[in-house]
Design a protein around this ligand. Structure first.
Ligand SMILES: Nc1ncnc2c1ncn2[C@@H]1O[C@H](COP(=O)(O)OP(=O)(O)OP(=O)(O)O)[C@@H](O)[C@H]1O
Length: 279
């Protein structure tokens, strides 16, 4: 699997600065990582560490100040506005928001929301679009009748599955999922995780963004750990969990109840916090 040809996404030495001219500050420093076709990767970090900034940069919503991003053989970091528009319409890189209500227009039925990217592409007839949306609804385990409802009329888990479906309608190569289950109760969480596992088995590349290593560890082949804008650790999820190298990763694992097998005691956590304070 170490073949460059299989690389879908390659991020090299990425720097991102944000803010107005006076208060401009560096948010991401020298981040390099890659994601192979069919791979599922977790990008883990605490609130404010820069996870969304990396995602927004991949989507062309933020311009990097340095570095290169290559996706599916295309150099995104050099794209003009026109090239971004063409790229987005194709839909091979999709993003699912943490809050499904942000992915779905409250005034559109779910069927219309799902169909919208296909209407914009203009490649399919109305009948084909209806067929595709119904097939997709069934695929994400939603009764097709729900397509005539509005987002507010669904449960949180159903809404999140529609948001994932909207991300899938253009058959993307990579789906970025921002905290896909953190706002859900445990029953809904299980349903959404089952759906994501199905996608993973089908070979869609997934980038999970989360503050909680434990909630996505079971879904990811590799894990990237972001701390204050620095990618401080990356490896297979098993390696990262079993032999974390950076104090922040050790603390993350030691504080995650679902990773209790390698949990730290309070003294060890305090020692790591002290070590981290020196960074
Ligand atoms: N438009 C902006 N201008 C200036 N600073 C910003 C801007 N957007 C984000 N930031 C800052 O960049 C840092 C990283 O934010 P980001 O939203 O990427 O973090 P995150 O890891 O996704 O956090 P969360 O998990 O809370 O969503 C934060 O300190 C944030 O305040």
């Amino acid at each position: 699997m170490n073949n460059t040809k299989e690389r879908l996404l390659e991020v090299e030495q990425l720097d991102v600065h944000l803010g107005s001219l006076r208060s401009r500050r560096q948010i991401i420093t020298n981040a390099s990582f890659s994601l192979r076709l069919g791979e599922s990767v977790g990008l883990i970090g605490e609130s404010g560490s820069g996870k969304s900034t990396i995602a927004r940069t991949l989507l062309g919503l933020v311009k990097p100040s340095h570095g290169q991003i290559t996706f599916d053989g295309q150099r995104l970091s050099g794209f003009s506005v026109k090239e971004w528009n063409i790229f987005r319409r194709k839909g091979s890189l999709q993003y699912v928001f943490q809050d499904p209500l942000r992915s779905l227009d409250p005034e559109l039925t779910l069927g219309r929301s799902l169909a919208e990217p296909l209407h914009i592409q203009g490649r399919f007839s109305r009948k084909e679009i209806r067929r595709k949306t119904e097939e997709l609804a069934i695929d994400v385990n939603l009764a097709p009748e729900l397509l005539d409802r509005y987002p507010a009329e669904l449960s949180g888990g159903q809404r999140q599955r529609v948001a994932v479906a909207r991300g899938l309608i253009l058959e993307p190569k990579l789906l970025i999922l921002d905290e896909p289950v953190s706002a859900l109760d445990s029953a809904n969480r299980v349903q959404v995780l089952q759906l994501l596992e199905k996608l993973r088995q089908r070979g869609i590349s997934l980038l999970f963004i989360s503050h909680d290593l434990g909630s996505v560890a079971g879904m990811t082949d590799r894990t990237l750990v972001l701390y204050r804008g620095d990618l401080v650790e990356q490896g297979t999820t098993r390696e990262v969990i079993n032999s974390p190298q950076h104090p922040y990763t050790k603390l993350l694992i030691g504080s995650a109840p679902t990773l209790a097998a390698v949990a730290l005691d309070r003294k060890e956590r305090d020692a790591l916090r002290q070590e981290l304070a020196a960074f």
